[in-house]
Ligand binder design. Structure first.
Ligand code: FAD
Ligand code: NA7
Length: 540
């Protein structure tokens, strides 16, 4: 596959037509669309030293996608779908990174990137109608369009524990893991955090550490994924059926590659629901456990309790020490992002693993030799922060990003981030956000592809019509935010405190950050905007 070398034209006196920030799924595909298909002159940046985004940074042990491999990829290149063979049912971090590297090579995308470069400032100049972008390497570049693929889980949340700099051992955040890996052999390792990342890290690190201490603030519900090699026959079947597979994905809500249940659990007996849950658990339920078994686990409190109760009983069966089992058992609603694991609860049966409750006894400080709570000090050689992300808007509010009238994005979003369709923002002309706030909550590559295609079509239309500027109406943005809130309120997700609503960051406004209406309805909404002649926008 070669790059299409279409003629490059730069409009409006800008240095380049478009600046793309990010080299994950979003930034790479945007770069491909704008350069290879539309022939725009572009400059792309990433602060990593190479492509991969999430999968470049999150190299912690056990890092695995919770989406099955056959749909954690791009769908547009039918040849690539046939040529690329996934090794396992769920994709490990090295395999996804290899896939994205191959994607960048295939379309010769690296030459459009400047790596090791952080975009620090982007200001819209109203007199020239151009974005003026600055980087930490001293670049100053102007462009008609600014397209951000900053990632919704890329700004790390590292709690500022008293004394954290005094620790004499090694300390790492999972999202900035050393490229050469970390050797746990003979080491006393402490992991803070038991979300998706913590669960994966703990399970993978336990066998090699001398001792692993898990600092748990909130226990969570987790379901095994039963990862393993993809049998050749299964791969062949998928490859022969990719057209219907992608049709099903785009017509589904979650885009996870399975048919979501339409059967409610609320009126069934415990014996009836348990039978279905047991089968899902055995087959490696993962996300399927919440969404393929029954239709109402995320919306009906009784159905939710049936699923939660099943997982609680599993914990008490798997974990041998009753005190540890009790600490690991959540009693709240099952409405955070569902966790998937590869033997998490069983890990606590190991002699070298212990659990510390830091909700009852919070971490008071990091000392030179470990972690201290009111209960005492835990001596450690390595501290791992699996404490998550300032999700969705975090990578925007950490930037000096200004629209018209000097409006700073962090001020605009002080009460919670807003957008129209997750892709455009009032007061920020000619800026497009891939996976911006209030975009779809799904398996993400299909949503990324959908958004990038829409943005590329939007830019094509503007070029065809010789528009210099697009500006979104605030009314459209407010309506979209209201729609996202209304849909979220129909689910149980706002009732749980998690990053999905910004509740994990102290002081952050707790607000809706996703469109929970599903990919199919989302596609309808963005197509309606096009069909209306982009009526939510004004053009000059
Ligand atoms: P990213 O991959 O996050 O890329 C953003 C890039 O932008 C990064 O490289 C970052 O360094 C760069 N960047 C940000 N700000 C700047 C700046 N100012 N200047 C320069 N560069 C900048 N999603 C799923 O659908 N299924 C899963 O199973 C799944 N598992 C996940 C597991 C982990 C551990 C994590 C962290 C995320 C997971 N996700 C999963 C979400 C995942 O982030 C998306 O699937 C997808 O990779 C996002 O791609 P992206 O291009 O939008 O962002
Ligand atoms: P999460 O889901 O936000 O989990 C972070 C964990 O860290 C969670 O257990 C937190 O406890 C814990 N945490 C955070 N701050 C502290 C402090 N100060 N003290 C103790 N414990 C703390 O992040 P993940 O990285 O696991 O997952 C986020 C997404 O990224 C996920 O969807 C993956 O796909 C990748 P809490 O629950 O807040 O009590």
């Amino acid at each position: 596959m070669t790059t299409q070398n279409k003629e490059v034209t730069t409009v409006s006196g800008a240095d380049v037509d478009a600046i793309v920030v990010g080299a994950g799924f979003g930034g790479l595909y945007m770069t491909y669309k704008l350069r290879n298909e539309l022939g725009l002159k572009i400059q792309s940046y990433d602060n990593g030293s190479d492509v991969g985004g999430t999968w470049y940074w999150n190299r912690y042990p056990g890092a695995l996608s919770d989406t099955e491999s056959f749909v954690y990829c791009f769908s547009f290149d039918k040849d690539l779908l046939q040529e690329w063979t996934w090794k396992n049912r769920y994709v490990t971090q090295p395999e996804i990174l290899a896939y994205l590297n191959n994607f960048a090579d295939r379309f010769e995308l690296r030459k459009h990137y400047q790596f090791n470069t952080k975009v620090t400032k982007a200001v819209f100049n109203e007199s020239t109608n151009l974005w003026e972008v600055e980087t930490d390497k001293g670049d100053k570049v102007t462009a008609q369009y600014l397209i951000t693929g900053l990632g919704l889980l890329s700004a790390a949340n590292k709690p500022n524990f008293k004394g954290h700099d005094a620790f004499k051992g090694e300390q790492y955040h999972t999202s900035n893991w050393p490229r050469g890996g970390v050797d746990f052999t003979g080491k006393r390792v402490g992991v803070i955090g038991t979300g998706s990342t913590g669960v994966q890290t703990i399970t993978a690190a336990a066998p090699s550490a001398k001792h692993l201490t898990v600092f748990q603030r909130s226990p969570q519900y987790s379901v095994p994924v039963a990862n393993g090699p993809m049998p050749k026959e299964a791969t062949d079947k998928i490859k022969a059926n990719y057209d219907p597979i992608w049709n099903q994905v785009s017509e589904s809500s979650l885009a996870f590659g399975f048919v979501e249940s339409e059967v409610p659990a609320a009126d069934l007996s415990e014996a009836e629901t348990d039978k279905v849950f047991e089968a899902a658990w055995k087959n490696g339920g993962g996300f399927r456990f919440m969404f393929e078994t029954f239709s109402d686990i995320a919306t009906d409190i009784k159905a939710n309790e049936a699923a939660a109760s099943f997982i609680r009983r599993k914990i008490s069966t798997i974990v041998k020490d009753p005190e540890t089992a009790a600490m690991l058992t959540p009693h709240d609603i099952y409405a955070k992002r569902p966790l998937c694991d590869s033997g998490y609860y069983d890990t606590f049966n190991r002699d070298n693993v212990s659990l510390v409750d830091v909700k009852t006894n919070p971490i008071t400080e990091v000392t030179s030799s470990g972690i201290r709570t009111d209960q005492g000090e835990y001596e450690l050689d390595i501290i791992i922060y699996a404490t998550g992300f300032d999700a969705v808007d975090g990578s925007y509010t950490r930037l000096d990003l200004r629209g018209t009238d000097g409006l700073q994005i962090k001020d605009k979003w002080a009460d919670g981030p807003t957008s129209y369709l997750g892709m455009t923002c009032a007061g920020f002309p000619n800026m497009f956000t891939v996976l911006g706030p209030n975009g779809p909550f799904t398996n993400l590559p299909p949503s990324i592809e959908t958004q990038v295609n829409w943005i590329a079509d939007f830019i094509s239309k503007m070029r065809k019509d010789k528009n210099a500027v697009m500006e979104l109406s605030l009314t459209a943005e407010n309506q979209w935010t209201a729609t996202c809130s209304e849909i979220a309120d129909m689910t149980l997700f706002p009732k749980a405190e998690s990053w999905i609503f910004g509740a994990n960051i102290p002081g952050k406004s707790n607000s809706v950050m996703f469109y929970l209406g599903g990919l199919s309805n989302y596609r309808q909404a963005i197509n309606d905007e096009v069909a209306s002649g982009y009526s939510s926008f004004t053009f000059n």
